[in-house]
Write a protein that binds this ligand. Structure first.
Ligand SMILES: [Zn+2]
Length: 365
């Protein structure tokens, strides 16, 4: 197997680099690669992390995935890229400094209008996408992904959870193929030991460019099941969530049939659940129509019923100006950071009851 400069034979692990662009000051921007090639045949799982450069727990979890004992146990291959956005990592910044915007919104969408030549962040994203999908021009052999997990973090103190995209049909695949992709995504998501949250509905999904996130493009462009794993707090490595991230990847290997059981070296973490028995989708909710200072009335993990108060908005003197309630049943994933809010600012990240279809015609998106 080969990814960039890293090569393995069956039964081996290796490290190397995937070149993605030339730096103006000399040298190359390159992504670290770790490989484990199993002694048996089976699926190839890719794990990526750090596309948002301040989401460090995912980077640490990805760095800790390989073990010298893994290849002998493995039927298939594991490809790990622990730092997808080195420019962001250098500055502990969500964005790279190439464009100053979200690097996780430039993965391929052939339907997107492109009036000017792609700039460097898009070129980097395209190089990674080509490697993941085994494009013939990419420096990859026998390592195209059968599934991908992209490790992120969310809000300060947030609940860990996994995000699966809705699957689209149209030009790329018919409805039956989109349903099969939905089922593969659901099986993989349910295996990770974390609450499962479905991505925004359209038009918010495409409006926010999420079909051009790494997992959105791998799922809906390449047709390969890909999930986003959110591992709690950003900007510091959280040891509990790092362990949960490592365990989630190994659970995925078991689900995919690459391992029979969880090896003994995998961190011993209990699966966690959402606490509700209905399907959930992501929602930035509720928003305040009153400016002021936020005093949350909910904690992460709380189960909410429509109409429950989420936060008070108080004056600088501490007098309550408004109480903001949720319009949905759901679960608190994270609380908004900071205290000061302007009108229409969001107060929380919720997972709310999802009644929208999981398979959607692409024409509508
Ligand atoms: Zn992220």
């Amino acid at each position: 197997m080969r990814v960039g400069t890293a090569t393995t034979d069956p039964g081996e692990t290796a490290t190397g680099w995937l070149d993605v662009t030339t730096l103006p000051t000399g040298g190359r921007e390159r992504l670290p690669v770790l490989l484990a090639e199993g002694t048996g045949d089976g699926p190839t799982l890719w794990v990526t992390a750090g596309v948002h450069g301040d989401e460090l727990t995912g980077v640490a979890a990805a760095q800790d995935l390989l073990d010298d004992r893994l290849p002998d146990r493995l039927a298939g291959d594991l490809v790990v890229v622990p730092t997808v956005n080195p420019a962001g990592l250098r500055r502990t910044s969500r964005e790279s400094y190439y464009h100053g915007d979200d690097p996780n919104r430039y993965f391929p969408d052939p339907d997107a209008d492109q009036y000017r030549p792609p700039r460097v962040q898009q070129r980097i994203d395209e190089a990674l996408f080509d490697a993941v999908t085994g494009d013939e021009d990419a420096p990859v052999t026998d390592a195209a992904a059968d599934a991908l997990l992209d490790l992120h973090t969310a809000h300060v103190g947030s609940l860990p959870f996994v995000i699966r995209d809705r699957t689209l049909y149209g030009d790329r695949r018919d409805e039956a193929a989109a349903e099969a992709l939905r089922d593969d995504l659901a099986a993989l998501a349910d295996a990770l030991g974390l609450p499962v949250v479905t991505e925004y509905t359209d038009p918010e999904y495409t409006g926010e460019g999420l079909h051009r996130s790494l997992t959105g493009a791998v799922t809906n462009e390449a047709g390969v099941p890909a999930l986003t794993v959110e591992l709690g707090t950003h900007s510091v490595v959280d040891e509990t969530e790092r362990a949960r991230g490592v365990a989630a990847v190994y659970r995925a290997l078991v689900n995919l049939g690459a391992l029979d059981t969880l090896p003994g070296w995998v961190p011993d973490t209990e699966p966690i659940t959402s606490g509700v028995d209905y399907r959930l989708r992501r929602a930035v909710h509720p928003h305040t129509d009153t400016a002021g200072l936020v005093r949350h009335r909910v904690a992460v993990g709380d189960v909410l019923t429509e109409g429950d108060p989420v936060a008070d908005v108080v004056s600088p003197h501490g007098e309550v100006r408004a109480t903001v309630a949720t319009d949905h049943d759901g679960v608190v994933l994270g609380r908004g950071e900071g205290m000061a809010v302007y009108e229409n600012d969001p107060l929380a990240s919720l997972a709310v009851r999802d009644e929208a279809p999981l398979v959607v015609p692409r024409e509508e998106s």
